[in-house]
Design a binder for this molecule. Structure first.
Ligand SMILES: Nc1nc2c(ncn2[C@@H]2O[C@H](COP(=O)(O)OP(=O)(O)O)[C@@H](O)[C@H]2O)c(=O)[nH]1
Ligand SMILES: [Mg+2]
Length: 461
């Protein structure tokens, strides 16, 4: 999300930075470009106007233009304005993620249009609550309109390893909801996720049905699920839902497919409801908490290090990671370590997603996408390493022609691929040494790009 906006804003700020001293006209010119970039990203006009005015006032009012680093100050002001538009900063209510602060079983109601991602998100929420929050979760489908809907939720429940309410044909949504709460109370569930039916468009019957379920179950959270790909339609849908029935939060799905991101930027200002969660893929682990400050950093190409670290912490084996870090520091990074890293990266999901969160990578992200990175390469590389003897892994220098042939045959790859892996490992070792010299601080300052000079012109993996 935000790729286009991010690269446009980066262009604007790069030009500002090159200027050094800024005149009021320079700032005006930059703001005109910011305005166009926001409009092209499909941000609602009143939101754009408000944001640009805010930045102009602050940039001109303060001592910005005469400060030591005026461009940096302007970027900071834009950053703060973005954070505010996204629902953070001064008007932040601090509500993030899923609020479970209520007596068990806590009912969570999922509402929204058909195909917005309610059922998928129900499964994601169940998985997250079971694994991260150690909660006992019951999933119940109230969708009696689509024949396969209840089975779809059942399948997702199996994948998330949580229970789904047994299906009884002929029950109304209200009856199913009542039964779900009953079972949850008797069997001591912590959370009940109620997945409702959607319609193609907002209509009275849909609203009525959902309102009745809401009345009957008194949900602690009512999540409206909207599809980010529908842009301003998602914002209008959210406005209508929130006005008619009051939602506690918005879940924006398909942010993996939405390059513009305008809906996310307009949502809070237009609807008044906070975005609480983001759906970033079809898989059940593709659910993120919505943090205005982190999203703003992502837009401004500063990278979302905190989310990256959280994601890594959730998937990477802690002990293994610590051992690896220690060996890296001592410059003992081996092919075995590399193999274990490949496995961890595989667990974390697509490389593009991870790289997008790293600072300094924003600009070259497009090239990375063009290079068409593909995680199957990682699997092949892991196979090559597992076809080596322990001695070869410790001292890859001994791997000459005949050994290469044997390794290629054993791993079902080619000698070229073995060569490529060895070369890459070599580069990587050099990089590790440079990294330990730079130290943690240097890395944060320079970002990944400083670590990988010329990465933009080369295929990095
Ligand atoms: N790419 C992507 N697809 C999603 C996401 N959330 C849901 N989907 C897909 O959207 C389609 C409809 O989702 P579903 O949960 O059945 O929508 P519902 O009708 O609101 O219950 C399914 O094919 C999902 O796999 C997401 O965050 N990203
Ligand atoms: Mg559904």
């Amino acid at each position: 999300m935000f790729e286009a906006l991010s690269s446009k804003l980066n262009g604007v700020f790069d030009r500002l930075r090159r200027r050094g001293a800024l005149s009021e006209a320079d700032v005006s010119e930059a703001l005109r470009e910011v305005r166009v970039a926001l409009l092209e990203a499909d941000v609602a006009l009143p939101v754009v106007r408000d944001l640009v005015n805010k930045v102009r006032e602050r940039a001109v009012g303060q001592e910005v233009l005469r400060s030591v680093s005026p461009a940096q100050q302007v970027i900071k002001i834009v950053n703060d304005a973005l954070v505010e538009a996204l629902g953070g900063g001064a008007n932040d209510d601090g509500k993030r993620g899923i609020d479970l602060n209520a007596p068990s079983p806590v009912p969570i109601l999922m509402v929204g249009l058909q195909g917005s991602g309610k059922t998928t998100t129900s499964g994601k929420i169940a998985l997250r609550l079971r694994t991260r929050d150690k909660k006992k979760v019951l999933l119940a489908s109230l969708d009696v309109h689509r024949p396969a809907a209840q089975l779809q939720l059942q399948t997702l429940a199996q994948q998330a390893e949580v229970t789904s309410l047994p299906i009884i044909a002929g029950q109304t949504p209200i009856q199913i909801a009542a039964r779900a709460m009953d079972v949850a109370r008797r069997e001591l569930y912590d959370v009940v996720v109620l997945d409702t039916a959607g319609r193609l468009a907002i209509d009275e019957a849909l609203m009525e049905e959902v309102a009745q379920v809401k009345l009957a179950t008194n949900p602690h959270e009512t999540f409206l699920v909207v599809d980010a790909m529908t842009g301003q339609d998602a914002v209008n849908t959210a406005k209508a839902f929130h006005e008619k029935m009051g939602v506690t939060g918005i879940v924006m799905t398909r942010i993996d497919g939405d390059a513009r991101g305008g809906a996310a930027l307009s949502m809070r200002a237009v609807t008044g409801a906070p975005i609480k969660l983001l759906g970033a893929g079809e898989k059940l682990d593709a659910l993120e908490d919505f943090h205005p400050d982190r999203i703003a950093s992502r837009i401004l190409g500063m990278g979302d290090i905190v989310s990256l670290v959280e994601k890594a912490a959730a998937t990477i084996d802690q002990e293994e990671a610590e051992k690896l870090a220690a060996r890296m520091q001592k410059g003992q990074f081996s092919l075995e370590d590399y193999a274990s890293q490949l496995k961890q990266i595989g667990k974390m999901g697509s490389l593009q997603g991870i790289l997008g969160m790293l600072p300094g990578v924003g600009k070259i992200k497009q090239q990375i996408n063009d290079a068409n990175l593909d995680t199957s390469i990682l699997g092949r590389q892991a196979a090559i390493i597992s076809s080596m003897t322990p001695k070869e892994r410790r001292t890859p220098d001994i791997i000459k022609a005949s050994r290469k042939k044997r390794i290629a045959a054993g791993s079902g790859t080619s000698v070229q691929e073995v060569n490529k892996l060895l070369k890459q490992f070599d580069d990587m070792s050099v990089m590790m040494k440079r990294m330990s010299k730079m130290g943690q601080k240097g890395m944060m300052r320079g970002g990944l790009a400083s670590l990988l000079p010329g990465m933009a012109n080369k295929r990095p993996f």
